[in-house]
Design a protein around this ligand. Structure first.
Ligand SMILES: [Zn+2]
Length: 249
């Protein structure tokens, strides 16, 4: 075990940050953004999320069929999206489907809206069906670290209407744990607070996941030796992912 000191700013960064109406994006979080592969130069995402999105689209046979229509947005762009939706579709629609500026997952670079290629695409509510390459993408998404973030069943917890087109990168062990346990991101920190969880990954690998609470300004934690990833949860905690040695490459 090694002793490590964390400060509170670190709880606001990383692929597991919760962003919603009560958990705004922190000024401490500045993702490294890259353009998406495949001829979408205007659409950027956080580096690792962008690579894994491209890999999942390829594995689903979706190249040329699955189109990313929105990735990272600045706070100003989210405000413009909000204002445009309010003007063209009204208040009820906007409150249901568009996150408040400052509180949108798109501001993290970890979220993407996907559409099936079509002559006419609805840019705010694109069609992303459950069949064909889009259906294959859905079945593979968790293995590549993505989740459909807003479902009808979790509307009361997420505060956003069902969005079959909006996917969020969290990392494979976490997407698989949430999918297998029927959880949305709002429920994940409490789930981990019950104790460490273990997750089987594709290829026979395993990951162990646990949460450290940082109630004060700084926290000292004992971390296991070897391969670990640490992400803040934007709720005053850190989520530690430990892979078996074979997965450390
Ligand atoms: Zn979206």
């Amino acid at each position: 075990m090694r002793r490590t000191v964390f400060d509170r700013a670190e709880t606001c960064r990383g692929p597991l940050i919760l962003v919603n109406a009560t958990h705004p994006v922190s000024g401490e979080y500045t993702p490294e953004l890259i353009s998406l592969e495949g001829g979408f130069p205007g659409i950027r995402m956080e580096r690792r999320a962008a690579h894994l999105l491209a890999a999942c689209i390829r594995a689903a046979g979706g190249s040329g069929v699955i189109l990313p229509v929105s990735g990272w947005r600045s706070g100003a762009e989210q405000q413009a999206t909000w204002d445009d939706a309010w003007k063209t579709r009204g208040e009820a629609f906007t409150r249901r489907y568009v996150a408040l500026p400052g509180c949108s997952e798109h501001q993290t670079g970890l979220a993407v809206d996907l559409a099936e290629r079509a002559e006419h695409i609805d840019w705010i509510c694109p069609s992303f069906p459950h069949w064909g390459p889009c259906g294959a993408f859905r079945r593979l998404a968790a293995q590549y670290g993505f989740l459909q973030r807003y479902s009808r069943e979790k509307e009361a917890l997420t505060g956003i209407g069902a969005e079959p087109w909006h996917f969020r990168y969290v990392g494979a062990p976490h997407a698989l744990l949430m999918e297998q346990n029927g959880l949305c991101l709002e429920e994940y920190a409490a789930f981990l607070s019950g104790g460490p969880r273990s997750c089987a990954l594709p290829g026979g690998r395993r990951a162990r996941v646990f949460r450290i609470s940082c109630p004060g300004g700084r926290v000292e934690a004992e971390l296991p030796e070897g391969c670990c990833q640490i992400s803040g949860d934007n709720q005053g905690g850190l989520i530690v992912t430990q892979w078996e040695e074979a997965a450390c490459v």
